[in-house]
Design a protein around this ligand. Sequence first.
Ligand SMILES: [Zn+2]
Length: 293
Amino acid sequence: MTTYQSYTAEDPGLRVNSHFFETERGVVLVDTQLHLPYAEEVLEQIRSTTSGNLLYIVTTHAHPDHWYGNTIFRRAFPNVPIITCRSVSDEIQATALPRRERWDRLFADRIPKAEDLVFPDCVFSGRLTLKLGEHTLQVDEYGPAEAGAHTVVYVEEDRTLITGDIVDNKKHPWIGERNIDNWCAILEEFRQRYRIDTILPGHGAPGGAELLEESSQWLDNYRTVVQKHLEPEALHLTEEGAQKAFEEIVSGYPDFFLPHWGEQTNLGIGLRKLDSSFAGNSGKPIRTADGKM
Ligand SMILES: [Zn+2]
């Protein structure tokens, strides 16, 4: 059985995970952190606990907490391919600069400068199968869920699925991208498509297949609570409705991590950018032509 290791950032780094494991051909690393000092710690952990022979990096989605650390790994391993699917790559290209501007106000010198950002450079569509000795990795492309697109890694021999933020463990997910229906459909597709013993989530501790159920339940509850506080035919919650929905959701999950971005929370922001699946919502695109959200 393969040893999977997970590095989890401290709270300012949103408790984001980097997962890595050794194959017969070398080490595979999935996601590289938001803050450069945490990425350095992942690098140190890989060097001290594995062969140190990094073979591939996989980027699960376009949110900066999953790939800003590519900068550190590109310096240490100039030739290691950084893999993601076409739709994630496109989303990174479209959103990297405006997002960096916004995150710069929060984290300044802990994230890469714009000119130092390192994008995935090995891009596939649909499914990429990597046969690495005894390990067969299925690297699969998914559409909109927590982000606009996703790459997941499934290791057949270990029945292990590395989900990025399609599944988080005991953390309020980011719901600001209006993809709740498709997100639920993808969770169902995971159940059908993979035999799963272990899930290595985007944030929070590893778990079993029950994490799929927990994610679905959180999303169902979110929909129910928002629906309750949404005025008939309204496109958005009122400020009062958003506040009530926030309190109801947070009190229902008292042990869940709630990420803060400065003064705001990810859930607070998300509730003010409702999903297009709600009745009456016009489903406007969340991203403008210049990539701003
Ligand atoms: Zn994340």
